[in-house]
Design a protein around this ligand. Sequence first.
Ligand code: ZN
Length: 507
Amino acid sequence: MKKMFGNRRFKLIDVLLTTIIVFLAMTAILLVFFKGSSNNQLKSATSPSSDKDAVVVDKSDSKFEGIKIVTETSNDPLAKYAIQYPQSKNQDFNNKVVTYIRHAKKNYLEAIRDVKIEDNKRKSELNISFETHVDKKGNYSFVLMNNESLLGKKRLSEIESFHLNTKSGEQQDIQTVFKEDPSTLPEMTERVRKKIQHTEKLSDGVITDKMQIRTEPDWKNFENYAISEKSMIFYFESGSLKDEKSGPQVATIPIEEMNDLLKPEFQVASETPAKKEEAAKPDASKDKHAEGTADKDKPSKDETAKDDEQTGEGTAAPKTEEPHEKKIALTFDDGPDPKSTVQILDILKKYDAKATFFMLGSRVEYYPDTARAVKAAGHEIGNHSWNHPDLSKMPLPKALEEINRTTVIIQKVTGEKPTVFRPPYGAYTNQLSKQTIPPIKLWNVDTLDWKYRDANKLLEEVKKATKDRSTILMHDIHQSTADGLDGVMAYLQSQGYKFVTVSELDK
Ligand code: ZN
C-alpha cells in the first residue's frame, strides 16, 4: 500500500514538472514570436514595457484600412504650405493623387518665384487638405480641398475628388456609379437641383443662373462627389452656385433617393420613412464640416501676431531658485506618425525625458493608436489645428472651428483635452488669443528640421541656439528628426539639461 501511494505521488510530481516545462517552453516561443513581429528599432536596454507599447502601436497603421495620410509642411515664411493627401496600397491611385499634388505645389512655388517680393506682411500660402468617406462596402472617396493665396490674395480654391474601389482597385468616376441609360443623367441632374433649391443652407444666396449653368446635365459637372455609408455628396467650388465669399457648397443626398438610378451594387436597402429622416441627419453635420473648410477669404482686420512674438518667451528672466537646474522643453509638431513618432517615444524614454507633442487633428483621426501611445508615455499633448492652415488669415469662427475640432478628437482618442495650443507658423490674431482656447505656446529655437531633413544637421542647429529655458521646435513627421534625436538628447544631457513639457517650463 505504502509503495503504491509513493508511486502515485511520484507521478503527480512528474505531471507537475512536465506542465511547468511545457508552460515555460510556450512562454519562450511566444516571447520570440512577439519580438520578431515588432519591427521597431527597440533598444534591448529599454524596459520590457516599451516592447509591449510598440507592439500595440504597430498593429494598426491607420484608422482607415489600407490608407495612410501624408503630410508635407514648409515653414518658410515666404512660401508656406501644408499639404495632406491619402496614400493607398494601389499604385495607380497613388500616382494619380501624387501627380495632382505635384502639379499644385509646382504651380504655387513658381508663382512665388515669379513675384519675388520680399514682403513679410502679405504672406503666401498653399493648403491642401482632404475629407475621407467610406461607403457601405468599404470603398473610399477622398475629397481634396486646394486653397492657395499669393501675397495675401486668394489665387485658387479648388476641389478634386479621388475614388478607390478597394476590391477592384478601380477609380470610380461618377458615371460608373450610375446605370447606363440615357435618362439617368438628366434625372440625376434634376434631383441635385431640387436638393439645392429645397435645402435652406444651399438655396440661401444661390444665384439661379449660375446654378443652372453649373448643374447642366454633363457628367463633368458632378465629378467631384463622395459616397458615404448613407449619402451621395456633391461638391461645388467657391463662386459656382453663389458668390465667391460664400465658399464651396455641398449637396448631400440620401442614397436611397438615388437608388433607382444607381447600379445595383451601389444601391442601399430601402428604409421606412421614419428611419429615412434619421439617415439624412448624420450627413448634415458633414455638410457643415465641408463648409467649414471653405475659404471665405475675408481678410482679418486684426493685427497679425507674427512669429517674432516668440522672442518674448526666450527673454523670460531665469528663476532664482537654488540649486539652479537647467531646463528645456522639446516640442514635436505636425504628427502623430505611426513610424517616426513611435521611434521618438522610444528615444525620449531612454533619456527619461518628457516632451510636448503638438498634434494635427486630421492625423490624430488617422492614427489614434499613436496618439494614445504618446499620452500613455506621459508626454504633454498640444493642439496644432486640424490641417495646418494660417489661422491669422481666416475669419475668427473658422479659426476656432479648426482648434475646437482638434480638441474634440484629441479628447475622444486620448481621454484628455489638449493642455496647450500652438498655431501653425506661429501665426494668430490678437482676437483669437482672447478666445477660450488652450494657452498659446510658441518656441524660440527652430531646428529647421523640416527644411534640412538631415539627421546630422539637427544637432548642429540645437548646439547653435539652445540655452537654459529654451523651447525647441522639431517635427515628428520627419524620419530624419527621429534619426537625429538620439545624438541631440545625448548632447543636451551631457550639458546638464532636464527635459520638461512646455507647461512645466512655464510653471
Ligand atoms: Zn506645424
